[in-house]
Design a binder for this molecule. Structure first.
Ligand code: CAA
Length: 414
């Protein structure tokens, strides 16, 4: 039975910090961040915003755009690494803010940056398991990536949320059922309870990511049907490849690794073109990967949402041009779990391609390093939305250890 993504909607906080400014403030050549990491700017959340408000804003925009009655959502999953409570799930706050009905399975998922994919796969399986019954899930990936000020991870922060409707009429992307998975207990990135900023073994995390890519892609490749011929690369069957993107250069490294693995696994091709793998990987990256990186380069790392921000921005930019084409997607969550999967863009994609990415990025306010540092120090204290705030919900504050949320007045949310 067909299952997949019916539509996506994106929300990104209103503030944006240009990475060239951050580099100057930290005494680093700007090119290291803009070219070496490939990041132009990162999204910064104000104190009235957290994963609940970001997830709810993305969800509200999605339900409105799709014309869906919230009462028909039978499963609401929120994937995040930035949970707000050790027991109470982000998803139940979102459930109330969106007005989703009581007959709904609601929970939060965590596995670093992988949880969005765990949610998507769970929802797609649930839709398939329903047989003919109409089932529709709302899966939202939302995160605020935070590292210590001045640390190597600092230029790879960001924030945002991507909401996905998952159902049996996937007008955006129909998911193939077989996937390739990989898991290993590694300490590459973690955030002990009580810490706001993540800890990371940066160089090791890049190695773990590439190792997991090799494992998941190899598993997927072996299960590909129809079987690949001895001269055939799987990438030849995929029009675009999307990767979990903590920073765009990581997607480039990943693609270089994937192309080599793919070619080596096709012995006839490797014997013929192996020496040209470097140039071929660069050319293939430009054509198949770079088009999906425009938004992440301006938003930064959104952890669980990152892969789906790439998907939303790709579909928004290329829309009908990708109709009927097959995409490859790679999800990586530190710790670690990874999954390589594929899907086919619907012939009807043009009708759902607008995920709000271009709009939200165009309306952001650029801030300087002093303001960014002030916001980083303030944390998630809650309060009034600042001028230019684009969210639909705010964290009013925390009283008696309870978080209080509400809708932004209509004039501010417009
Ligand atoms: N001009 C152009 N490029 C320059 C340059 C200059 N002046 N100076 C340096 N560079 C290049 C370097 O050559 C390097 O490129 P290559 O990797 O292609 O060689 C790049 O800029 C970065 O330089 P460094 O490796 O010296 O950077 P760093 O050590 O300061 O930090 C990092 C890089 C380890 C990724 C760090 O940003 C970090 O720890 N980030 C957080 C962890 C992370 O994102 N890991 C990714 C995999 S794990 C994952 O994906 C899960 C997740 O979301 C966290």
């Amino acid at each position: 039975m067909t299952a997949g993504i019916e539509r996506l909607a994106v929300y990104v906080p209103s503030f944006s910090l240009p990475l060239a400014e951050l580099a100057r403030a930290r005494g680093v050549p700007p090119e290291k961040m803009t070219q070496g990491l490939g990041v132009e700017a990162m999204a910064i959340a104000p104190p009235c915003e957290d994963v609940v408000t970001m997830a709810a804003t993305a969800g509200a925009r999605l339900l409105r755009a799709a014309g869906i009655d919230p009462d028909t959502i039978g499963m609401l999953l929120v994937a995040t690494e930035t949970g707000v409570d050790n027991a109470k799930p982000v998803a139940i706050f979102v459930h109330e803010l969106l007005g989703v009905g009581r007959r709904c399975r609601v929970y939060e998922l965590k596995h670093a940056c992988y949880a969005g994919t765990a949610g998507l796969m769970t929802a797609a399986d649930w839709v398939r398991a329903g047989g003919g019954r109409p089932r529709r899930a709302l899966v939202i990936a939302a995160d605020i990536a935070r590292y210590a000020l001045g640390s190597p991870g600092e230029p790879t922060q960001g924030a945002g949320a991507v909401a996905m409707l998952v159902g049996a009429e996937p007008k955006a992307l129909a998911l193939d059922e077989e996937t390739g998975t990989y898991a290993d207990n590694v300490y590459d990135f973690w955030r002990p309870i009580g810490r706001r900023e993540a800890l990371v073994d940066g160089k090791y995390s890049v190695e773990c990511y590439l190792e997991a890519l090799a494992g998941a892609f190899t598993a997927y490749r072996a299960g590909e049907r129809p079987l690949l011929g001895p001269d055939e690369a799987l990438a030849d069957r995929l029009t675009r490849l999307l990767y979990h993107t903590p920073f765009p250069k990581m997607a480039m490294k990943a693609h270089r690794r994937l192309v080599e693995l793919d070619w080596r696994a096709a012995p006839a091709r490797w014997a013929r073109v192996g020496p040209g793998v470097e140039d071929a990987a660069v050319a293939s990256y430009r054509e198949a990967v770079a088009p999906g990186l425009a938004a992440v380069a301006r938003v930064g790392n959104t952890y669980t949402a990152s892969l789906y921000l790439c998907l939303a921005s790709l579909l928004e930019a290329e829309g009908a041009g990708l109709a009927g084409r097959r995409l490859g997607l790679f999800s990586y969550g530190s710790g670690c779990c990874a999954e390589f999967f594929t899907g086919t863009v619907s012939p009807d994609v043009a009708a759902v391609a607008d995920a709000g990415v271009g709009d939200v990025l165009a309306r952001r306010t650029v801030i300087d390093v002093a303001e960014y540092e002030r916001l980083a120090g303030a944390g998630e204290a809650g309060g009034e939305p600042p001028p230019g705030f684009m969210g639909e919900f705010v964290l009013h504050g925390i009283r008696n250890d309870r978080r209080e949320y509400g809708r932004v007045r209509a004039a501010l949310a417009a």
